[in-house]
Write a protein that binds this ligand. Sequence first.
Ligand SMILES: Nc1ncnc2c1ncn2[C@@H]1O[C@H](COP(=O)(O)OP(=O)(O)OP(=O)(O)O)[C@@H](O)[C@H]1O
Length: 326
Amino acid sequence: MIELEHVSRRFGDQIAVDDVSLSVERGTITVIVGTSGSGKSTTLRMINRLIEPSAGTILIDGKDTAAVSGEELRRGIGYVIQGNGLFPHWTVARNIATVPTLLGWDSARIARRVDELLTLFSMKPADFREKFPHQLSGGEQQRVGVARALAAEPGLLLMDEPFGALDPIIRAKAQEDLLAVQQRLGITVVLVTHDMEEAIHLGDRIAVMDKGKLLQYATPTEILARPAPGFVARLVDGVDRPFRLLSLAPVSQIVEPGTAEGPPILETATLRDALSELLWQQRDALPVTASDGSARGRISLAALIAHAGGPTGGLPASGPAASSPR
Ligand SMILES: Nc1ncnc2c1ncn2[C@@H]1O[C@H](COP(=O)(O)OP(=O)(O)OP(=O)(O)O)[C@@H](O)[C@H]1O
């Protein structure tokens, strides 16, 4: 768990980060989103002490980060920047091995880890180990950048606009890769972006910053359904709110007792998938089943419309969506 307690950073007269407090649960993805100059990168870089806070405390798993040297701290924290920052004259294998080498791992263990990570990112080790960064596509370079950050098995990965330089199709693939790898390894991720759509797609929680201040820190569902007035509300105005809300929750969340005619929908499908199917089938309800085929009830158009609606919709009565199928 990461806890920022009243953290600020000044550069001369300017306050880049202004009294930010937030906590990040272990094993989750937190996305810091905001416009250029809002203090996102400075906040991220204070977590691994590439930038020192002017005030406040940062704790990782209860320990004050100021109590260890910055260098030691950074060896245990993965860090990925836009454009990946690979060393151009080093092979893929050597790039990935950077931190394990610094940590003095033996060469057999390093070689095993390099192959394991390349395989994790669907890059055949024999084909990629000895290549140089300029021999890779942008998407491959990006994957090697993330592999390098994960090489020493950090529990925490910091990512600063990691997909900013990728074209939309490769970017979507890189986002899916990140979600899969994060779930598989159970790591904690803090990611900076200026793209609200990316934040909604990737984040278990979203921190919206403007002019150094943290304006709202909540789940994507809460941010969409109940954005803080002003800047956050304007920011989410630009995204397809009803469809985004529907894509964040599973069918099981609004399943009703009863039956319906038509092809069944899985309870794990998203509400967006369910809406699409209802429209396609021209029905006002469809049956819902579990993955083993057993009946779970029905999903109705009326319930979907209520869920996707403005200020009163989107959130179940008990609070924000606990599970997000993304
Ligand atoms: N080393 C520095 N010296 C002086 N000012 C700085 C320094 N680093 C950041 N700043 C200023 O602090 C403010 C916040 O910068 P920061 O990089 O954290 O913003 P950001 O939200 O990440 O922006 P971007 O999306 O453009 O990267 C900006 O006004 C920036 O000019």
